[in-house]
Ligand binder design. Structure first.
Ligand SMILES: *Cc1c(COP(=O)(O)O)cnc(C)c1O
Length: 412
């Protein structure tokens, strides 16, 4: 009888095991830890990022421009590396804009989206010459005023809150009432006002959500997005130079999840483009992604400082925790807590296993990094590795909570 074993976690492929240890960028985990000098730390593998971009170039239609959405991982070295691979960067604050400009990326290839932009941010963005994705009538008027003040014609696109939603998406950011973008129904009026202002029309930005693993729902959204852009272009001062159709490509985190079929996603988009290009032949189609580029390229490593058994349940106590990696604790947008892929990174050779929970060093029951997982029997000093940690890790975590030191980050 063959009993199908439930997967312990999402498939992990980028970290070959050598001598019972996982490797990152060809370096064994223990050596990597010695190099960093202390735990916990995040380590990112540039080769995995490069490979991912190459895979995208292979499967997506050639004319589609790839942008990296920096908020997934804004470590300057990572952004620098990504900037050398992709066609543009998307930022969501003036802090991110500064890092993006430091890479030498030309400002017209940097777009700035995000709700509640302050006067200071708008003024800085106008001065920098980046593309402003305007999220309201008010932002448009303020941007135009800063342009006049500075003697610069601001580059501006309209971020549209579409009249549909991305189905099966982990995080919906469009459709219904939203703080993001301008409702599609209001865009014709906005375009009328736009035409009367001294703004350089850059097109539309239509982002409806992220973390989607289903090709059919991604393609359905892309089709609706391209149609919406064509409809809205009818009221625009000129043909939109760019149409940013958002992203949405997800990565597998949890047991049972499988990687997105990128080949099918790329082929499907390829079938949608001719109809769009017939209507808007000069509009460049942009896809913006964060986690899909970098999420699988990073790990979070902590050390076991204690182990104990409480009423029959084994706890591996680490020096890490949700203050560094909120998402892995299940408190960053998940409805039901599920385990991220976790391994004891220096015990990958076959050996005795046990059921254990991995916890961090914070004095709260929320600080759970792995719940009742089957793991190799681990000892104090062993390394706990959380995979899929290249996106929404450190900078999406409450590092000040409980006053522990910040972890280091390296790009290998
Ligand atoms: C967060 C965000 C992204 C990136 O989402 P991922 O899931 O990391 O790909 C892209 N565009 C906008 C506007 C965003 O807010």
């Amino acid at each position: 009888m063959t009993e199908k074993k439930k997967p312990q976690h999402a498939p992990i492929t980028g970290y070959p095991v050598v001598d019972g240890e996982i490797t990152l960028g060809g370096i064994k985990l223990s050596r990597l830890a010695n190099r960093v000098g202390s735990t916990p730390f995040f380590a990112y593998d540039r080769r995995l990022m490069t490979a991912r971009v190459e895979e995208m170039r292979k499967y997506l239609p050639k004319q589609v421009q790839l942008h990296y959405a920096m908020k997934a991982n804004p470590m300057p070295a990572v952004v620098h590396h990504m900037a050398s691979l992709v066609d543009g960067l998307d930022v969501a604050s003036s802090g991110e804009m500064a890092v993006a400009l430091d890479t030498g990326t030309s400002p017209e290839l940097i777009s700035f989206a995000g709700p509640a932009k302050t006067d200071q941010e708008l003024s800085q963005a106008v001065a920098a010459g980046v593309v402003l994705n305007m999220e309201s009538f008010g932002e448009m008027r303020r941007a135009a005023a800063f342009g006049e003040q500075q003697g610069i014609r601001p580059k501006a696109a309209i971020r549209v809150n579409p009249d549909f939603e991305l189905k099966s998406s982990g995080m919906k950011m469009g459709g219904g009432p939203k703080q993001f973008g301008v409702d599609a129904e209001q865009v014709p009026d906005m375009l009328k006002e736009f035409a009367a202002l001294d703004l350089d029309f850059q097109g539309f930005h239509i982002f409806s959500g992220s973390q989607n693993l289903r090709v059919d729902s991604i393609l359905e959204t892309q089709e609706k997005t391209l149609d919406l852009a064509i409809r809205l272009a009818g009221d625009a001062p000129c043909e939109p130079p760019t149409v940013n159709i958002g992203g949405g490509y997800g990565i597998p985190y949890f047991p049972g999840e499988e990687p997105l079929d990128l080949k099918a996603a790329g082929a499907g988009l390829g079938e949608l483009l001719p109809a769009f290009e017939e209507k808007l032949p000069n509009a460049e189609v942009v896809i913006e992604l964060g986690r899909f580029f970098v999420g699988e390229a990073g790990i979070y490593v902590s050390k076991i400082v204690d182990r104990k058994v409480s009423r029959g349940h084994t706890f591996l106590m680490t020096d890490g925790g949700l203050h560094h990696h909120l998402a892995a604790s299940g408190n960053f947008g998940q409805v039901i807590r599920k385990n991220y892929p976790v391994e004891i990174g220096n015990r990958m050779a076959a050996g005795e296993k046990e059921e254990a929970s991995v916890v961090g060093c914070l004095c709260t029951p929320l600080d759970l990094l792995g719940n009742k997982m089957e793991l190799p029997v681990a000892e104090i000093g062993d390394y706990v590795v959380l995979f899929q940690s290249g996106a929404y890790g450190l900078t999406a975590s409450p590092t000040a909570f409980l006053g522990h030191e910040a972890p280091k980050e390296i790009l290998v």
